[in-house]
Design a protein around this ligand. Structure first.
Ligand code: 13P
Length: 334
């Protein structure tokens, strides 16, 4: 492990006013979103859509890194330029999702663990040759009666630590992503409790595994009420409780913290991040790593009008700019 390489990559990824764009939806997830909008679920259609995202002009002003999926990192533009090559030419870091999705956790009804450790080092080596400088592994936690269990938190933390070790050994920055899902009717207080406990379990395992904390990025969900909760969270509560939770449960020397949008509305995700930056100086760099909250308007526009790439790219750029402004507390919203 070369700590200097890791620190420099982290610094490029979280330097204000930029954040990360996730376009790493698995085949299943991407196809699900296409089907909803009546887009054919073919490899060519996925390539065409990702070309739009990768080639959109000026994105480098607001986006420091793109997270790709295995299929996408191997794809090229219509005129033959590889997607990683296009991004690197713009000074954008290439990231790659390396987990292989969720499976039911044995003997733990309603809970999931993330798979993908088998052959991970070999896959990372190949992605590195293709241009990747960072990686992502996502674990999810449902909130409900007696869940997430201690076992689920521990097992996912052990796997995240093994993944992070494999990344750092190859000087690739691990995005460690524990997502407390927004699904459910839990309160924001319950979300705080679960997130806090899970972060404690996670960082204990990362420490055990000797992970170099300044050379990693935590990709987390915000502290927010479940989407079916009777009381929905205000922007002010999300900002205050998220920053409190992260301040109390994440090591101060972490390379950076970034958020997933997790089903929040586009505007909501930007406003919440913006509000956190208005609370005063934070102990760590804090920005976005959104998928849906940046892609949504562009995807809908392209699905309705596949020949008008320009319009979709304009919408993508506006969403990226909005979140860039939010990442420095200067969101005005367009
Ligand atoms: P969303 O912002 O759509 O939640 O996607 C981010 C991500 O990478 C989830 O793993």
């Amino acid at each position: 492990m070369d700590k200097d390489i890791l620190i420099k990559t982290v610094a490029r990824l979280v330097a204000p006013p930029r954040g990360i764009l996730a376009i790493d939806e698995s085949l299943e997830t991407c196809n699900k979103r296409f089907t909803k909008l009546s887009v054919p679920t073919t490899e060519e259609k996925r390539r065409e859509y990702r070309e739009l995202l990768v080639t959109a002009g000026d994105m480098e002003k607001y986006i420091s890194g793109y997270i790709l999926f295995d299929e996408t990192i191997r794809q090229s533009t219509k005129d033959g330029k590889s997607f990683p090559g296009v991004l690197m030419a713009k000074g954008i870091e290439v990231g790659i999702k390396v987990d292989q999705g969720l499976i039911d956790m044995p003997l733990h009804l309603g809970e999931k663990v993330t798979q993908g450790l088998e052959g991970l080092a070999d896959r990372l080596r190949e992605y590195k040759v293709l241009g990747a400088t960072f990686a992502k592994w996502r674990a999810v936690y449902y909130t409900g009666e007696n869940i997430p269990s201690g076992d689920c938190m521990k097992e996912n933390a052990i796997r995240l630590a093994k993944y992070a070790t494999a990344c750092q050994e190859l000087n690739m920055v691990p995005f460690v992503e524990p997502e407390v899902l927004i699904d459910g009717d839990h309160t924001i207080e319950k979300c705080f409790e679960v997130t806090a406990q899970n972060l404690d379990v996670l960082f204990a395992e990362l420490k055990n595994a000797n992970i170099f904390i300044p050379g990693m990025i935590l990709k987390t969900s915000m502290v927010i009420a479940g989407k079916d909760s009777k009381v929905q969270s205000s922007v002010s509560d999300v900002a205050k409780m998220t920053v409190k939770c992260l301040t109390e449960h994440v090591p101060k020397d972490i390379g950076g913290i970034v958020f997933l949008s997790g089903g929040q509305g586009d505007k909501e995700a930007a406003e919440n991040l913006n509000e956190m930056h208005k609370l005063g100086a934070l102990p760590w760099p804090l920005t976005f790593s959104y998928g849906r909250a940046i892609q949504n308007p562009a995807l809908v526009s392209w699905a309705e009008n596949p020949n008008d790439m320009k319009k979709a790219q304009e919408l993508l750029l506006i969403a990226a700019k909005n979140n860039s402004e939010a990442s420095i507390g200067k969101y005005v919203g367009k």
